[in-house]
Design a protein around this ligand. Structure first.
Ligand code: PHB
Length: 405
């Protein structure tokens, strides 16, 4: 994203990079000779992501990494170039369906890639189901997208919300923490994240002392931290992400709780924020389907290329965006770039074994990754992998998806 795009942030914007430039050139009569060259038309990608607000950096990382995967594929898929229509969805669920509909109906994108926020995703899901447009979810974990409201044309390269927190329950119980206070933003993602942890923690004998909530994207944590201090639980389990996670980590430390009450969460708490929080996250353990130091050639190459190209550190979100690119390449290669062969594309994407920076994974029957979850610990500026918490986890189970074809 250019500086200009960033400074335009906050307003809804549709940027049809290639199309806009070509159109202007044609109107002014300055059509470059290359425009007449015969060749396959471009594949049009709608990128619907947050570029502003608490998830702004997350959207930028996903967009950059998706483009990196295409760049590493020679800038094309099956000989066809890509053009992008980009929209800042502002993590605003009220505008979710309208924004998605505009990309599909007005901009006529071939593929919709989005988004980060589970509430906004529900708007995309509605349009994806109605229009049948090929859709790749590069983050939002709302369970319904790959269970009760699953669809043949919708694939996820990230996780289901509860899938990331379910592995942490037995670990927290095993550490001898008999009771826990949970805290999160109250919206679909937060509710499902807390429910996943609660499910496995209570099965392992733990007790939830109190569930605390605040509205998304509120970051006024003070009253809640005071309440936690007076409840004196054995441990605290939270879901926050992006800018909100960074603020929470700093506030938890400033309130004097960091050394008194151990803090746990899904890895979103500490991913993409370590540069911004000093030592406020040091030692915190989380579970996630990624870790910075995964010692594979694939991960090392991805991290190097991403940091070099975009001058920002890779994290779980950019990894998921990169995999969205890899998945699309797998689907379109199978039909030699013929986007009209929807059934064959879907079938290839269902069968794809993605060789990802996180490790190899495949799609569940509901089109959600079946993948390993790592136990990680913050050491310096790294989410260091210290073990595998659960292997090949399918949660909530894909059997909840009844795919109408
Ligand atoms: C979501 O809203 O689904 C969501 C957002 C940010 C995360 C994880 C899940 O880090």
């Amino acid at each position: 994203m250019s500086e200009n795009e960033k400074s335009n942030s906050g307003r809804r914007k549709f940027l049809q990079d290639g199309a806009a430039v070509g159109g202007m050139a044609a109107l002014s009569g300055l059509v470059p000779a290359v425009a007449f060259a015969q060749g396959p038309s471009k594949i049009k990608i709608g990128l619907m992501l947050p570029f502003t607000g608490t998830f702004g950096q997350i959207g930028l990382g996903i967009s950059n990494a998706f483009k990196l995967a295409i760049q590493e594929n020679g800038g094309k898929i099956a000989g066809r170039e890509l053009e992008y229509a980009t929209v800042d969805d502002e993590s605003d669920p009220a505008k979710g369906a309208d924004n998605a509909n505009r990309l599909v109906s007005r901009d006529k994108v071939d593929v919709l890639v989005g988004t980060v926020h589970s509430g906004v995703q529900m708007g995309i899901q509605k349009i994806a189901r109605e229009s049948g447009v090929l859709t790749i979810i590069p983050n939002a974990g709302v369970a319904a997208a790959t269970t009760t409201l699953c669809a043949p044309n919708v694939f996820r390269t990230s996780f289901a919300n509860g899938q990331t927190t379910y592995p942490m329950g037995p670990i927290v119980a095993k550490k001898g923490h008999k009771n826990v206070v949970t805290l999160s933003w109250r919206y679909a993602a937060g509710e499902e994240m807390i429910a996943g942890f609660k499910d496995s923690y209570t099965k392992a004998g733990g007790k939830i002392l109190r569930e605390l909530w605040l509205p998304f994207p509120n970051v006024e944590f003070q009253a809640l931290l005071t309440e936690i201090a007076s409840l004196k639980p054995d441990a605290v389990f939270v879901f926050f992400a992006g800018g909100g996670a960074a603020k929470f980590l700093r506030d938890y430390q400033a309130a004097g709780l960091k050394d008194k009450i151990p803090l746990y969460g899904s890895g979103f708490l500490t991913d993409g924020v370590l540069e911004a929080v000093g030592n406020a996250a040091e030692g915190i353990e989380t579970t996630l389907h990624y870790g910075d130091g995964i010692e594979t050639p694939k991960n090392k190459a991805f991290r190097l290329a991403f940091a070099k190209n975009y001058k920002m550190q890779p994290d779980v979100y950019s990894m998921q965006g990169y995999d969205a690119g890899l998945l699309l390449i797998a689907g379109l290669n199978a039909v030699k770039g013929d986007i009209t062969k929807k059934k064959e594309i879907i079938s290839a994407m269902e069968k794809a074994q993605i060789d990802s920076p996180r490790g190899k994974w495949h799609m569940s029957a509901g089109h959600n990754p079946v993948q390993d979850f790592y136990l990680r610990k913050v050491v310096g500026h790294e989410n260091k992998v210290i073990g595998v918490a659960m292997k090949a986890l399918d949660y909530p189970p894909a059997s909840l998806c009844k795919m109408a074809r």
